[in-house]
Structure formats: structure tokens, C-alpha cells
Ligand binder design. Structure first.
Ligand code: ZN
Ligand code: ZN
Length: 391
């Protein structure tokens, strides 16, 4: 049983780790780290190796079908992952709760439904909200939500698909086939884009799932350890594992797991998934603190690299006279900060400068700290924006 316990532990760790790499590996923060390299290995190098094996041995018949399947799974709107997510929750709870219920005290019997229900509510709200999508009827209101910062978002750009001017902080999602206000990311777990309206539900979902996982792991541990306590006789007041060698300790745990397989497996799964949802939650709290969406964090990362390479120049908007054209639109925006900065890539300036000779107002910058993020109002105001500035 010891072997199977270790195998189970190893399998769950490996699956959690691969999921972590697949989900987080492409984040700019991990770009030059082993996690970023593993992400490239998992999503670029291994698939291309498999493709070459397919061409060599199967005449290249397998990979196009797999690529279509992969493309469908990753880039099409379908509820497969959402169904899997809900299915995993339902199956785990059906395995765990009926077995644990008779042994729970009245406090826990009250707590279990309170902890188990919220994830379903927030999955439903995040998955079904369409209010972040930009339509002809809400376009004017979305244009007034945020000012253009002239760094990540420039005025006057039209979405080629929706034929509407892109509001600041919006992005067209090719999966949802719509422009999404304050676009964060397209989330395959809820099969919807997270934007200005439903991002808050996603935050609640992360909190409720993290709480559920912590609680499930705790209950699993408590019930198994209760079982061990009754099986192993010890002088009163002494913990069942006091003075026990590690190998024996693990043997007892694997024995308890074999006796309580439903509670043990679900508790272990909850324990292994805790870092995933907790990590995601911490990352999004960081994004709120920094006044960024996931989409913007990768845009900032691109600017950061260009700035480090000495390729970026900055100018003041008022001095350059560019403020006039968009002043009327921008004065209607209900945001306390407006932008007086313009950023340009050296190569773009060189092309422009040939005709206009406007080179001297641009000054090179060497750190991202020299660029203002006008969407960052400080943690509490950013939080207020996430919770209350939704329509
Ligand atoms: Zn669009
Ligand atoms: Zn989307």
C-alpha cells in the first residue's frame, strides 16, 4: 500500500505541476525562468518532436487531426473544460460528503454547505455574464469608462471585426468573437471572457474555490487522523504519531488512505490543487494592486524589454500639441487621472521623423518606472474599480 500511496502522491503532484506550467508558464513574470523554459518545452518543443515522429512513421496523418483537436480545445468556444471543472467538483463532493457526514460535528455540518455552494454560484455568474462585451448600444458608455494612456492604448483604433472604435483597456477576443471591455483574459474554466463586468465574479470564484480546497484538505486530514487515533493505542494526551519513524508514519497514512479511500483521495486532491488556485488568486491580487489586467501585464512586459534594450523614447503630450485632437472625447471620461505621456519605439520615430523633423521633443528612457500607469490609482481604489465600476 505504501507504493500505491507514493504513486498516487507522485501522479497528483505531476499533474498539478504540468497544469501549473501550462497555465502560468506563459506569464511575463516567468519568461526567463525555468518555468518559462518548461512551458516552451511542454507546448512547443514536445509537440514539434511528436510531429516529426508522426511524419517519419505515420506519414504525417496523425498530427493535423491532433492540431485541429488542440486548436478546437484551446481556441474555440466550447464548454468541455467547464463541464470537466464542474464534474470534478460534483464527483469529489459526492464521494466525500456522504462518507464524512456521519462523523462531522454540528458546526461542520453547517459549514459544509456554506463552503461547497459558492463556487457553483460564481462559476454560473462568470460563465453567463455578457455585460463586458462591447455592443453598439453600450459602446458610448464603455468609451467613457477609461482614458487612453497613449502607451498601452491609443485613441482612434477601430476593431476590424466589430467595426467599433476600441475603448481604452478593451481587447477583441477571437473565441467570444467580440470586443471585451477591460479585457482580462479568456478563461477556459468558465468558457467566457473575463472583463469589466464579470472579473469580480472570477475573483470571488478563486476565493471560494481556494477556501473549498483548504477546507476539503483540512477535513480529509482531520478525519483520517481521527481514524488513526482510534486504531493506534497511545497513552492519553499523546498524539498517535509521537516518536514515530517517518517510514512508519507514512505506512500508517497509506493504511488510513486504503481504509478511507473516498475521503483520502478527495482530501489529497484538494491538498494538491490548493497551490494552483491559491497561486492564481495571489497573482490576481497582485494584478489589482498593480492596476493591471492580465492582458496589460503582457503589454507592460513588452515595453519593459524594449526600454531595457534602449529602444523607447518618451515625450509630453501637451508639449507635442497632440492633445488637441482627442481632448473633447477624453474630457468625458470619468477617471481621476489622465495621461500626459507619449511613448514611441525608436524605429517608428525614425520613420515619422523623416517627414516631420519632430525628433528633439523625444527623450530616451531607461526604466519602466519613468512611465506612468494611469490605471493604477493605488490598491484600494483599484479594488473599488474592480468591484463597483462595472457598467
Ligand atoms: Zn472586436
Ligand atoms: Zn473570450
Amino acid at each position: 500500500m505504501l507504493v500505491s500511496f507514493k504513486t498516487l502522491l507522485f501522479a497528483i503532484t505531476a499533474i498539478s505541476f504540468c497544469t501549473f506550467i501550462a497555465l502560468f508558464g506563459r506569464l511575463p513574470a516567468f519568461r526567463d525562468t525555468p518555468i518559462g523554459s518548461l512551458h516552451r518545452l511542454l507546448l512547443i518543443h514536445i509537440p514539434s518532436f511528436l510531429r516529426s515522429v508522426d511524419y517519419r512513421f505515420c506519414g504525417g496523418h496523425v498530427s493535423p487531426a491532433l492540431a485541429r483537436l488542440g486548436n478546437y480545445l484551446m481556441h474555440d468556444k466550447h464548454p468541455l473544460v467547464l463541464i470537466m471543472f464542474i464534474g470534478l467538483l460534483v464527483v469529489s463532493e459526492c464521494m466525500f460528503i456522504p462518507k464524512a457526514w456521519p462523523r462531522l460535528g454540528s458546526g461542520h455540518r453547517l459549514l459544509v454547505p456554506l463552503v461547497a455552494t459558492p463556487p457553483y454560484i460564481y462559476i454560473y455568474l462568470a460563465a453567463t455574464s455578457n455585460a463586458s462585451r462591447i455592443t453598439a448600444s453600450n459602446h458610448a458608455a464603455q468609451m467613457r469608462a477609461y482614458p487612453y494612456d497613449h502607451v498601452l492604448y491609443k485613441p482612434g483604433i477601430q476593431c476590424r471585426t466589430c467595426k467599433l472604435l476600441k475603448p481604452a483597456r478593451s481587447k477583441h477576443c477571437s473565441i467570444c468573437k467580440a470586443c471585451v471591455a477591460k479585457h482580462d483574459h479568456h478563461c477556459i474554466w468558465v468558457n467566457n471572457c473575463l472583463g469589466r463586468d464579470n472579473y469580480v465574479h472570477f475573483i470571488y470564484l478563486l476565493i471560494s474555490v481556494t477556501v473549498l480546497l483548504c477546507y476539503g484538505a483540512y477535513l480529509g486530514y482531520a478525519l483520517l487522523s481521527q481514524r488513526l487515533k482510534t486504531e493506534i493505542s497511545r497513552p492519553s494526551g499523546q498524539h498517535w504519531s509521537t516518536g514515530m519513524a517517518w517510514s512508519l508514519y507514512f505506512q500508517y497514512w497509506s493504511w488510513a488512505l486504503s481504509q478511507e479511500i473516498r475521503i483520502g483521495a478527495v482530501g489529497l486532491l484538494a491538498f494538491m490543487c490548493m497551490p494552483l488556485s491559491g497561486g492564481f488568486l495571489i497573482y490576481h491580487i497582485y494584478l489589482i494592486w498593480a492596476g493591471m489586467t492580465t492582458n496589460e501585464s503582457s503589454k507592460w512586459a513588452d515595453w519593459r524589454e524594449a526600454i531595457y534594450d534602449g529602444l523607447v523614447l518618451k515625450a509630453s503630450k501637451t508639449q507635442s500639441g497632440q492633445s488637441r485632437s482627442n481632448e473633447a472625447v477624453e474630457s468625458e471620461v470619468k477617471w481621476p487621472v489622465s495621461s500626459d505621456q507619449l511613448l514611441i519605439h525608436r524605429s517608428v520615430l525614425e520613420v515619422q521623423d523623416e517627414g516631420e523633423g519632430t525628433g528633439d521633443k523625444w527623450k530616451p528612457i531607461y526604466s519602466l518606472a519613468e512611465v506612468e500607469n494611469i490605471y493604477d490609482l493605488g490598491f484600494w481604489d483599484n479594488l473599488h474599480d474592480v468591484f463597483w465600476n462595472r457598467r
